[in-house]
Ligand binder design. Structure first.
Ligand SMILES: Nc1ncnc2c1ncn2[C@@H]1O[C@H](COP(=O)(O)OP(=O)(O)OP(=O)(O)O)[C@@H](O)[C@H]1O
Ligand SMILES: [Mg+2]
Length: 437
């Protein structure tokens, strides 16, 4: 009996030890399971986040592709329009300087000039889409730019809209293009105006911001920025509208009121300036657009806006070779140059320009070349002229070009650049400056 009890108790102990071992290993397994489960959860989160990122990137890619297509189309149209606008603006400008301001014709010419200027602005809008912008950037004093813009707003907005402006006094300079930034401001103001048909308040703010990993929109940002904000008390937008506002041709307005290019262009310009734009809106409350532009960093001197003077046109008696494939532009160039006192030689394409230059290099003091010509492009013509005479003075003229940017060609030996459509004062000034250099 005793032996039996002994065996039972041994068996019980052994059984208990086994049970303990099983329990311990089950405990370990369940701990492992918990750990694996946690790991699985975080992996799932990572996959979800990657999927979201992929979707955002796909969206951005689609937007970029659309922009590129529109850009290509717009670039071509802009080039043609610019060529037609050049003589219109040029002659109007010339006539204006000849008709005294007391003459009633003066104000008619001024109106025609304003209309041509607006057309040129539309062309600029289109150029805004083309990838290779010829717009140069300089260190800009934004307070001056914003103050001038604020003055324009009083004419632009109906009296039912009040403008409140508040600009930080020591606002940092930024690297920017004044015309393009003006386009941005005008588009945002036009949208704010349309959003407040019954009046309201437009608040324009500008301040410096030192970002240290702040989340704005969908991204994290660091660095020094100038933030311009546009707040309206208008109709506001639904979330599904907000998603599409930067798409080219997206508009909720009637055909005669909106093309849907405004914000697409704003987006492009801001991106080209190394910045970004953020938007928030609420139906019936209003909308806020915030533009972030990186602080100016290069060593370039801050350029204060040039004060327009009524100074006399700088003239000269030198010989100018003017090359452009469009007859209307050759006639305009000749008229301008002869009016300024210069002797003029004309060439209708790059090949003719090179031949004329090689025949008469000792007579020709300066060459003005269109950048987009048949046979030889402006760039090829420039290279051939420089191979005949490395010291040749060549100025390039162009509005929109796919043939390298102005900076690139200046690097290759051109002395300066005249933007098209040209008006007589800058034309005369650049010419004299290069001739005297
Ligand atoms: N401040 C705003 N308040 C309410 N809705 C806005 C505002 N700004 C833009 N939107 C909406 O975004 C759309 C796209 O704007 P965008 O400026 O690109 O084109 P548009 O104003 O319709 O036409 P365009 O600017 O070419 O004349 C507008 O049609 C409008 O629905
Ligand atoms: Mg608009």
């Amino acid at each position: 009996m005793e032996a039996f009890l002994d065996a039972v108790s041994r068996a019980y102990y052994e059984f208990d030890e086994d049970r303990l071992m099983i329990e311990r290993s089950m405990e370990i397994s369940s701990q492992e399971l918990i750990e694996i489960n946690t790991q699985l959860k975080s992996t799932a989160l990572i996959i979800k986040k990657s999927h979201e990122n992929l979707q955002t990137m796909q969206g951005q890619l689609m937007q970029a592709e659309k922009m590129a297509a529109v850009g290509q189309l717009a670039g071509g149209v802009a080039h043609d329009l610019n060529n037609q606008l050049t003589p219109i603006r040029g002659y109007l400008d010339m006539l204006l300087s000849e008709v005294p301001s007391t003459d009633p014709i003066h104000s008619l010419l001024q109106e025609a000039g304003q209309a041509a200027l607006r057309c040129a602005e539309v062309v600029q809008r289109l150029v805004g889409f083309s990838k290779r912008s010829t717009q140069q950037k300089t260190a800009l004093d934004l307070v001056t730019l914003l103050r001038n813009f604020q003055k324009l707003l009083t004419n632009f907005l109906p009296s039912t809209i009040r403008v409140d402006a508040n600009f930080e006094i020591n606002l940092w300079a930024i690297d920017g293009n004044e015309t393009e930034l003006h386009t941005v401001l005008t588009n945002l103001a036009a949208n704010a105006r349309d959003a407040m048909p019954d009046g309201g308040v437009l608040t324009l703010d500008a301040k410096n911001a030192e970002l240290q990993g702040q989340v704005i929109g969908e991204d994290i940002h660091s660095g020094n920025y100038v933030v311009i904000s546009f707040r309206d008390t208008g109709v506001g937008m639904l979330p599904e509208t907000i998603k599409r506002i930067f798409e080219p041709f997206f508009s909720t307005k009637t055909k005669d009121k909106g093309t849907g290019l405004g914000l697409a262009m704003v987006f492009n310009i801001i991106q080209d300036h190394g910045g970004w734009i953020d938007v928030s809106s609420e139906i019936g409350v209003g909308t806020v657009f915030q533009i972030y532009l990186p602080k100016h960093t290069s060593g370039a001197e801050l350029q204060k806006k040039e004060i327009h003077s009524k100074a006399a046109l700088p003239r000269g008696k030198e010989t100018v070779l003017f090359a452009d494939d469009e007859e209307i532009l050759r006639t305009l160039g000749k008229t301008f140059l002869e009016r300024l006192g210069y002797h003029v030689l004309l060439a209708s394409d790059g090949k003719e320009a090179v031949e004329l230059y090689s025949d008469r290099k000792n007579d020709i003091d300066i060459v003005i070349l269109d950048m987009t010509m048949p046979h030889f492009t402006g760039r090829q013509t420039l290279q051939k002229i420089l191979s005949i005479n490395p010291a040749a003075k060549v100025i390039l003229a162009s509005g929109y070009t796919s043939e390298g940017t102005a900076e690139e060609l200046i690097h290759e030996g051109a002395k300066d650049f005249i933007p098209k459509p040209f008006t007589i004062m800058p034309f005369a000034k650049i010419l004299r400056k290069v001739l005297d250099s």
